[in-house]
Design a protein around this ligand. Sequence first.
Ligand code: FPP
Length: 271
Amino acid sequence: MQATVPAGLDRKEAEIYLRLDPKRLPKHIAIIMDGNGRWARRRHLPRVAGHRAGVASVRSTVETAARVGISALTLYAFSEENWKKRPKSEVDFLMGLLCRYLKQEVPTLNKNRIRLEYIGRQQELPSTVRDKMEWARQATAHNTGMVLTLALNYSARSELVDAFRSIVDMASRNGGLDHLEIDEDSVSRHLYTRHLPDPDLVVRTSGEMRLSNFLLWQLAYAEIYVTPTLWPEFRGAHLLEGIAEYQQRERRYGGLAGDHSDHHSSKPVRS
Ligand code: FPP
């Protein structure tokens, strides 16, 4: 029997989709979007032209992920380090691009039933950007399809620091530190990603083999897929290629070959 291809996929995406097992899709995919600057340099364009071109890649990737039924997609849009170490003009451009993306994209997110969330130290972002983020979050909060999480001013080490602070703070308000018990579940519940299961697959574009301070706790058992494609050239079809590669892998969670118990990714997407 021929599998049904989800509505809206283009011919190339449909071709790749037919090679996938729809019952073994990753629930949560995280993407490190990289290579915007190199894409621009190769075209003798300013770096920001790469970021602008990267928005079309975000759009295509998000739509394809939602169409094939991925429950959660998390995009590393910019790190705390980007925020602190890049020229102000580039950071300002990225902030403007984000605000325009949020404004333009909400109707499409709603059409595709996508709910928007954020991770990162939002309090350090300009208040105009925070207002736009909160507006877009609320405008999509009723959606029950894929959760799209944007990592903005994000650092995994800062996230862990914030989680430990939050655990201690909560304990001191609930009977004091004598009763403090810390285990893996309690740490997970205090991370920014408490609304998500851990990613099954992490994709990095532009060929770099690093995690760059992204979801260090949550990626403990994720499959890593690195593609040489630069982010501005990445499209839904590339994502499906990554999923095809993921489905070739055998996930063992430290067990032996043939042990398919999948306990680490069983946490449902929470609202
Ligand atoms: C990495 O490329 C990319 C970024 C730091 C920014 C990512 C932003 C976008 C894709 C567009 C806006 C995002 C949203 C969600 C609307 P790089 O500049 O580090 O590239 P390089 O390593 O080649 O210099």
